[in-house]
Design a binder for this molecule. Structure first.
Ligand code: C2O
Ligand code: CU
Ligand code: CU
Length: 508
């Protein structure tokens, strides 16, 4: 089924099955002053080599509303921004103070399977996990988040996600801003839904299960559409899409360029300017932006194409927009106001000094992965009969998704890869775009929907690629993973992952 037909079907499904849920969404309250951009202190573990994390529940008020139940690492909602040094070991002590099991994965870290934190490494309530992470990879912005099968989507949505920056000490030589909170800003961008009372809402309708859960309100580091001060200088933004499902199309309202310096897994040889940047769930980019003109400017996002374009899907969007007060179209993510401070960096560097990745020509093996949204047919009837929205995937009458015809099975390892090999993987999707992520590796995109020369977002070292029809990647396997602690590959639309669009593999 192609995307067009899928949208037709799901539009009908939404119109019948989930209209109640959609209509129940509140009309957006008018806004007063914008909140300040929160910029959590950096938890720099470079000196100590120790990282202590407590997963716990808390209470958080969103957009000035009443408290919502949330989850966080060391805090009520979300987690710290950690900075570690390439070449060091980080001894983690993660205590699970939740009343449910939790696995926590280091997304983007090249570490062995036994400390990777996939679903095989669940921590029972009250228990402690103490992995030692050998940080041995290029500088980059990684992150960490809950990875408990099949509860990842809810746990991450409630707040179990933090940032893990890897620094190599050479940013000053590269001419890059690096002062956290001053000219180096980490932005965790997430969409959320608030219910009638203004509380965090995660009731999954059948439409949400199919498309992934999307919210009509945008938060950066936990604050809705905030406003942040910047020096009148060149500023570095570390962008992370921490949404469950929403794909952002970022653009400054005045069209000023973002100079891309890094993708998921490391720096590019030289900055590449772009006016628009697509950022799918799990992906990171680092960009430089010139604020020397002193003008206040907003970073905007366009509509998510996974929610449907013009055509039939527009009908659903319109119903939804009407009900929620959401104007489908561009939305403000946050705004920056230069406050007159002088900055340390006042030009875009010509090069970062990084070597570009050479393209492998020989592959040890080729593999194919087909991302399947509907094993066993459309769940439409079940969804309509079941009706009720619930917080978790299992038992909710949701779709069964998979890869190559199989839903994820903890007991069945899908692939065995040779340590040290380089493989050619082809990933195919239909109906929707799916962000495909692989644990324990960095890869290079060889071809994507645009043909043999990948689009801007697919250049450079990566660990997550948005598959729009088809992508071909070259993957290097440098980390071991046994059958007791295999690596995962999965769709990073978290509702799809929980519905079974995931597999696992050993490396030995
Ligand atoms: Cu960010 Cu397996 O996930
Ligand atoms: Cu990962
Ligand atoms: Cu998916």
């Amino acid at each position: 089924m192609d995307r067009r037909r899928f949208f037709k079907h799901s539009a009908a499904m939404a119109a019948t099955a989930s209209l109640g849920t959609i209509i129940a969404q509140p009309v957006r309250a008018s806004r007063g002053k914008r909140p300040n951009l929160p910029m959590p202190e950096l938890l720099d573990v470079t000196g100590s080599g120790r990282l202590t994390l407590n997963a716990r529940s808390g209470q958080t008020a969103f957009a000035g509303g009443p408290s919502s139940s949330t989850l966080g690492y060391n805090q009520d909602y979300l987690g710290p921004f950690v900075r570690a040094r390439s070449g060091q070991e980080v001894a983690v002590r993660l205590q699970n103070d939740l009343d449910e099991s939790l696995a926590t994965h280091w997304h983007g870290l090249l570490v062995p399977g036994e400390v990777d934190g996939g679903p095989h490494q669940e921590i029972a309530p009250g228990k402690v996990w103490e992995p030692i992470l050998p940080i041995d990879q290029p500088a980059s912005t990684a992150w960490f988040h809950a990875h408990t099968f099949p509860h990842t989507a809810r746990q991450v949505y409630r707040g179990l996600a933090g940032v893990f920056q890897i620094d190599d000490g050479h940013d000053p030589d590269r001419g890059l801003p690096q002062e956290h909170g001053v000219d180096d800003l980490t932005l965790v961008i997430q969409d959320r839904r608030l219910d009638e009372a203004g509380r965090l809402d995660y009731r999954l309708s059948m439409f949400d299960r199919m498309h992934g859960f999307q919210g009509d309100r945008l938060f950066v580091n936990g604050a809705e559409q905030p406003r942040g001060p910047v020096p009148n200088a060149v500023v570095r933004l570390r962008l992370l899409n921490g949404s469950n499902a929403r794909i952002f199309h970022l653009r400054f309202e005045d069209g000023r360029p973002m100079h891309v310096i890094a993708s998921d897994a490391g720096f590019w040889p030289k900055p590449v300017p772009t006016e628009e940047l697509r950022l799918s769930p799990g992906e990171r980019f680092e960009v430089l932006v010139d604020f020397r003109d002193g003008r206040e400017v907003a970073l905007m996002t366009g509509p998510d194409q996974n929610r449907g374009g013009p055509g039939m899907m527009g009908v659903v969007s319109n119903i939804r927009s009407f009900a929620s007060g959401l104007v489908e179209g561009d939305q403000r993510v946050l705004s920056f106001h230069p406050d007159g401070r002088k900055g340390r960096v006042d030009r875009i560097p010509e090069a970062t000094g990084e070597a570009s990745w050479s393209q492998p020509t020989n592959f040890d093996k080729r593999r194919h992965f087909r991302l399947d949204m509907m094993l066993g047919g459309m769940p439409m009837m079940r969804g309509m009969m079941g009706g009720g929205a619930s917080e978790d995937m299992p038992g909710g009458g949701g779709p069964s998704m998979g890869i190559n015809g199989r839903p994820f099975d903890m007991q069945h390892i899908n692939e065995a890869v040779a340590l040290g090999s380089v493989e050619h993987w082809t990933i195919e999707s239909d109906m929707l775009m799916h962000p495909f992520h692989i644990h324990g590796v960095h890869f290079q995109v060889l071809a994507d929907e645009t043909g043999q020369t990948p689009r801007l977002e697919n250049r450079g070292p990566k660990d997550t690629v948005l598959v729009d029809g088809r992508a071909e990647i070259a993957v290097r396997f440098t980390q071991p993973a046994s059958k007791d602690s295999p690596f995962m590959y999965h769709c990073h639309i978290l509702e799809h992952e929980d519905a079974g669009m995931m597999g696992h593999f050993t490396v030995s």
